[in-house]
Design a protein. Structure first.
Lengths: 231, 243
């Protein structure tokens, strides 16, 4: 466990440090925020690094092994309806726990001054992921080529974007970007690869991929629909 | 420095993390008892993992809420009121480049693409393509805020391009490309960089913090998809020429 902790720490450091350095340089040569603000940034960076490391460690130690076991055993032992139901639920619960989704929702809540409450946004994103993960699993079982679903999903996004209120469009697209965070991806992949290897057709390995791409279309559509309802 | 003590107010964030992690924990415990019935070691690790994720998420969210969001917004405020406003474009470029080139997920992706291409596209080239791709869209994202370009103008053309490339790209590359969307939206982009962008849009006249500030993550998520699809197309073309 200690080795893995070091690996996670290293990974997080490499993701956080470069921008922290650039911000530090900017602070010195261009921005000169009050010292207390800059310290606030450094303390924040430290907490983010430590927090993310512990979080990833916890996910890898506790949740992923079980997720992988579910992914490999469920398709063998359960009927189709149950697999789809589990895919839906898993998509939902991992998105609710996804840090990136939460951070986007904070900022939207903050900037819209509560007009778009963060829990509503998280709910919409989670439902979007849930629906699309189940569709992605269904696709593997029915053997529909991924390109068809991606094309259909993107076309739906393009059409819906013309009916979505201007305020919701950027948030919708951002919502698609945050669902591919550190929690969602491994669980969705585990379930997808498990399903593909048991129930998939000829090209079972490459069938498992593309799931994350599909899963990130769901929240875009969901937030757009939310915008249309809000209007 | 007593202002910094607000980092210690953990109540709100703790309550939130309970709500965030609750469903996931119930899901896994339910599965364990009714279906998986895995050996005790798994349950022990699950409990340990729960404690770690719980503490980790609290620290992370607190760091973002109390640290990154207010400072990002303040920094955006300064950048947006500079006289030489165009400076945010090269800053965006630099942020995109350094964030991507060091990102572990991007390096894993680069090796994956190299392997899929049977070594004909070198990992270093892929890494550079990805980093440049993200830098360009990050710069574009900043230019968008500066000039008030609607996000659809920047998102629809790449989406259409992706749809067209779907026809020409090798299916394996397509799958890798779409799973790659998340590799560049690392923990700093979603938190600090987005807060800065929103801060810039807030202080600029005639800019709306919501309509103009958000959208950066979407652009950054598109860059790796497009980069890998284009690499895939080159690979397919090269192979056809040889055949």
């Amino acid at each position: 466990m200690s080795i893995r902790f070091k690996d996670n720490l290293y990974e997080v450091l490499r993701a956080v440090m470069p921008i922290t350095l650039v911000v530090t340089i900017l602070q010195v040569v261009l921005i000169s925020l009050p010292l207390v603000d800059f310290l606030r940034f450094l303390v924040g960076a430290f907490m983010v690094m430590l927090g993310l490391t512990l979080f990833l460690q916890g996910v890898k130690l506790g949740f992923l092994p079980m997720g992988e076991t579910i992914g490999s055993r469920l398709p063998q032992e359960a009927p189709l309806v149950v697999i789809l139901l589990v895919a839906f639920t898993l998509g939902f619960v991992v998105t609710v726990a996804e840090p990136d989704v939460r951070v986007l929702a904070y900022q939207v809540d903050l900037v819209s001054q509560g007009e778009i409450p963060r829990n509503i946004l998280i709910l919409a994103v989670a439902l979007g992921v849930a629906v699309f993960v189940s569709m992605a699993i269904l696709r593997i079982i029915l053997g529909i080529p991924i390109a068809y679903l991606l094309a259909a999903g993107y076309t739906a996004v393009l059409i819906l974007s013309f009916f979505t209120p201007v305020h919701f469009v950027p948030i919708s697209f951002d919502a698609g970007g945050v669902t591919t965070g550190p929690v969602t991806v491994p669980f969705i992949l585990a379930l997808g690869i498990g399903t593909a290897s048991v129930l998939g057709g000829r090209s079972s390995i490459s069938d498992g991929f593309g799931l994350v791409g599909l899963a990130s279309i769901g929240p875009i559509l969901a937030v757009m629909v939310l915008g249309v309802i809000y209007q | 420095m007593t202002e910094l003590l607000d980092f210690l107010h953990f109540q709100a964030v703790t309550a939130e993390v309970l709500v965030a992690m609750g469903p996931l924990v119930v899901f896994f415990l339910g599965f364990q008892f009714f279906f998986l019935k895995l050996p005790a070691q798994y349950v022990k690790n699950l409990l340990k993992g729960m404690v770690l994720t719980f503490i980790g998420l609290i620290l992370f969210l607190q760091g973002v809420k109390v640290g990154f969001l207010p400072v990002g917004s303040a920094m955006g405020g300064v950048l947006g009121s500079l006289e030489t406003k165009w400076i945010i474009i090269p800053i965006g470029f630099a942020l995109g480049f350094v964030a991507t080139i060091a990102e572990p997920a991007v390096q894993i992706l680069s090796y994956e693409v190299e392997r899929t291409s049977g070594g004909s596209i070198r990992a270093k080239i892929i890494l550079l393509t990805l980093a440049l791709g993200v830098s360009v869209v990050m710069a574009l994202g900043m230019a968008r805020i500066l000039y008030g370009i609607p996000i659809l103008y920047l998102v629809i053309p790449p989406y259409l391009l992706v749809l067209i490339l779907l026809k020409f790209s090798d299916p394996t590359f397509t799958s890798i490309a779409f799973d790659a969307g998340g590799v560049a939206t690392g923990p700093m982009t979603v938190t600090f960089v987005l807060a800065t962008a929103v801060g810039i849009a807030t202080v600029m006249e005639d800019r709306d913090p919501i309509a103009d500030g958000f959208g950066l993550i979407a652009l950054v998520a598109l860059a790796p998809i497009l980069s890998v699809m284009i690499l895939g197309m080159f690979y397919t073309l090269r192979r056809r020429k040889r055949a």
